[in-house]
Write a protein that binds this ligand. Structure first.
Ligand SMILES: Cc1cc2nc3c(=O)[nH]c(=O)nc-3n(C[C@H](O)[C@H](O)[C@H](O)COP(=O)(O)OP(=O)(O)OC[C@H]3O[C@@H](n4cnc5c(N)ncnc54)[C@H](O)[C@@H]3O)c2cc1C
Length: 400
């Protein structure tokens, strides 16, 4: 029997990769909970920062863009840069994409991936099944990679939790329990600012603590974007245009530059449409850094160092760390020890070659784990347009 290719993940990158592989006639078994990061780990009522043109899941067949979904669902077409996308619409789009192009998706977790005999891989599923795959695509996205700063650890003795003093933004879907409470949100990116605005709208008293150089700022609306610069899915700028459409040479940059750009390009900046919902409703503290966190009478106390060099304590009923995600192969514990020790990594991220293949032949990474090699565009849905056809082409040539 021909061994299938296993695709781990049913978010935008996993669904897109599986659609491309299937279109090439390659047998695929795809696993995961479709769109779970969006459904369970982002706040209800959120809007996407990306514009409609940058929010389609790539596939080789026509008729599966976000606009096509709007037509099929009989809802208003989201097409212009001024159309902002409700997360609920995007989740429904992803689920429609899955039902249409990948109906045989298996809603099962992959527990382990190890080297198999004859150059392939052996996988164990939480259904108890074990099977052999000729190649494996890791598209597990944000899962398990939430970054919780060590400075907050003391206030989260049992780990971050929405019901404890300190949590991570990925642990919140419903912000209404904060009604009437004092809330601190750490961070200055879109996730921090939108979480803060939504919590304030739900009736919380919210303070955003922005650290380091991260001041609170918002992007320019589409009608104020500079006209003489090229258009990209992230706005008009030469750098964004190059990173969006030409990520090929990115992996040849020195490691320091690659990792810096992944963190800083498209970094902390609120969406243009969030400004009115944020300013005047959320208090902002810009500090040098959070030094530590404690708990007093069950409530968190943050110790911060101000830009003037003073130390201050900030109190609230709860602290949410909207401190993003960090790729770390060590956290991908479904990859067997032997595989992990054979993977070439750079600062915890897999070093990928042409076609998104890792240093272990047959083992591919796409989406966020590929950002260290192919740049910041891999952190966003529009990165599927570059990644999926190239990955599928490479895999078909090497293992088809
Ligand atoms: C608050 C927030 C807002 C964002 N807004 C935007 C935006 O506006 N536009 C944009 O382009 N991007 C946005 N992003 C980034 C976005 O999350 C990613 O671009 C996108 O989700 C990545 O898709 P993915 O398929 O790689 O992973 P995910 O969407 O994280 O999907 C991961 C999949 O892997 C599966 N999985 C994990 N482990 C296993 C396992 N062991 N076995 C089987 N399956 C497994 C899960 O079930 C899931 O299906 C945002 C992120 C956050 C946190």
């Amino acid at each position: 029997m021909i061994q299938p290719v296993a695709v781990l993940g049913a978010g935008p990158f996993g669904l897109s990769t599986a659609a491309h592989l299937r279109a090439r006639g390659i047998p695929v078994r795809a696993f995961g909970d479709p769109m779970v990061s969006w459904r369970d780990h982002m706040p209800a009522g959120m809007f996407l920062k990306s514009t409609p043109v940058a929010s389609s899941i790539d596939c080789p067949q026509r008729g599966h863009t976000l606009a096509d979904y709007c037509d099929a669902a009989g809802i208003r077409r989201l097409v212009t840069d001024e159309d902002i996308i409700p997360v609920e619409t995007f989740i429904s789009y992803g689920e429609w994409f899955q039902r249409t192009l990948l109906p045989e998706l298996e809603r099962v977790r992959v527990l382990s991936v190890d080297r198999g005999t004859g150059g392939g891989f052996q996988l164990e599923l939480d259904s108890g099944e074990s099977f052999a795959a000729r190649a494996v695509v890791v598209a597990t996205g944000l899962s398990g990679l939430a970054h919780f700063p060590a400075e907050l650890a003391k206030a989260a003795a049992d780990g971050p939790a929405p019901t404890g003093p300190v949590s991570h933004s990925s642990q919140h879907h419903d912000l209404s329990p904060f009604k009437g409470k004092e809330l601190i949100v750490i961070g200055a990116g879109q996730s921090a600012l939108e979480t803060a605005a939504l919590a304030a709208e739900a009736g919380a008293q919210v303070r955003v603590v922005a650290c380091g150089h991260g001041t609170v700022a918002f992007g320019a609306p589409p009608w104020k974007q500079p006209k003489l610069r090229p258009e990209s899915p992230f706005g008009r700028a030469w750098s964004l245009w190059a990173l969006s459409y030409y990520p090929h040479p990115y992996r040849y940059l020195p490691a320091q530059a690659r990792h810096y750009l992944v963190r800083r390009v498209l970094g902390p900046l609120g969406a243009w449409w969030l400004r009115d919902r944020f300013e005047g409703k959320v208090q902002v503290e810009e500090v040098e850094r959070v030094v530590g966190a404690d708990v007093s009478d069950g409530s968190p106390v943050l110790t911060v160092r101000t830009h003037a060099g003073a130390t201050r304590g900030l109190t609230a009923d709860h602290v949410i760390a909207a401190t993003g995600y960090r790729v770390d192969i060590a956290a991908m514990d479904f990859l067997g020890h032997e595989l992990r020790s054979r993977l070439a990594v750079s600062r915890g991220t897999p070093k990928l070659g042409a076609g998104f293949v890792s240093s272990v032949p047959g083992l591919y990474f796409t989406g966020l784990p590929a950002a260290g090699s192919y740049g910041p565009v891999m952190r966003f849905v529009c990165g599927t347009e570059f990644a999926s056809p190239r990955l599928a082409k490479h895999l078909a040539a090497a293992h088809g």
